[in-house]
Write a protein that binds this ligand. Structure first.
Ligand SMILES: C[S@@+](CC[C@H](N)C(=O)[O-])C[C@H]1O[C@@H](n2cnc3c(N)ncnc32)[C@H](O)[C@@H]1O
Length: 284
């Protein structure tokens, strides 16, 4: 399984890497964005990923690009404690990679049988812990808040009632499928799996932290460029950029409306269909 970078050229156009610039790739993954940045200018990339599995890819980049590339196995929300000097751009390609999604042992997919894990790395618990530890009411709130699932109460009730029958991703998906109707093509388990994954990885707090901390680490002309995949993420990025843009002399939006993939990209890479790209730049 390969990870095909989404909106790669559009991301590069906004980030506009320059020779001698320093860019942070907060979501290294398969290294698709990092490679595009390093190939487009004689610049340096500092990359982060919380997933220990990507270390082998990062090692290869370190061998190929030498001092132009540095990797940290860390969460981007901890950027402030890792990077002290200013840089020229930060790019985030949010969510899980195809490597993570397609590996049954990671437990992200409701189509594959695997342990109820869903951790990308450096997490405090698993999806299994959540369905066991939280009360029915709290579980429903998690599913509602992070999955925007309107049947959250019914799903939480069924999960709790069948807890001893749930030991892997397929068991959980089937319990969800058994209590809500399929509407259109979407699997009824989609939103609940999204909610558990976001909660296990504390994804929204991570995003808020990195945006807040990196905005003030940017050099003049520095850019923040983010690709999001669902409305909860996009809302955070949109409102944070809007807030920064109120400081009119200091920040300027690069995208009044988000950039989305062309039909051609969607037909090549179906996973890109919900991507939204936004950017902002520092004027001084
Ligand atoms: C969509 S993939 C990125 C793909 C990459 N742009 C490429 O072209 O190959 C997202 C990656 O971000 C990582 N990630 C997600 N949240 C993170 C966080 N808070 N800190 C560091 N890495 C994170 C995931 O482990 C995953 O490898």
């Amino acid at each position: 399984m390969q990870h095909i970078p989404v909106l790669r050229q559009e991301m590069l156009d906004l980030l506009a890497p320059q020779d001698v610039g320093v860019y942070v790739d907060g979501t290294f993954g398969g290294g698709g964005y990092t490679k595009a940045i390093l190939e487009s200018a004689n610049c340096k990339v500092i990359a982060f990923d919380r997933d220990p599995y990507v270390k082998v890819i990062a090692d290869k980049f370190e061998a190929d690009y030498k001092e132009r590339f540095n990797f940290f196995h860390a969460k981007y929300g901890d950027i402030r404690s890792i990077i002290e000097s200013k840089f020229d751009g930060l790019v985030l390609d949010l969510g899980v990679s195809s490597f993570q999604l397609s590996d049954p042992s990671r437990g992200f997919s409701f189509n594959l049988s695997g342990p109820l894990d869903m951790g990308m790395g450096l997490c405090e618990g698993t999806a299994q812990d959540i369905i066991r530890k939280y009360s029915e009411r709290d579980l429903a709130d998690i599913i509602y808040t992070f999955g925007e699932e309107r049947f959250s109460r019914r799903i939480a009730k069924n999960i709790k009632l069948n807890l001893n029958k749930i030991s892997n991703t397929q068991d959980l998906a089937n319990i969800i499928r058994s209590c809500i109707k399929k509407i259109g093509k979407t699997d009824p388990a989609t939103k609940t799996f999204q909610a558990l994954r976001i909660f296990v990885n504390d994804e929204l707090e991570e995003l808020k932290k990195v945006l807040r901390d990196s905005a003030h680490l940017l050099n003049t002309n520095g850019k923040l460029v983010v690709v999001s995949f669902h409305s909860l993420e996009d809302r955070i990025v949109k409102s944070f950029f809007k807030e920064l843009a109120l400081e009119k002399n200091r920040f300027k939006l690069l995208t009044k409306k988000p950039i989305t993939p062309t039909l051609e990209e969607i037909s090549r890479n179906h996973k890109s269909r919900s991507a939204k790209l936004r950017g902002i730049t520092v004027l001084y």
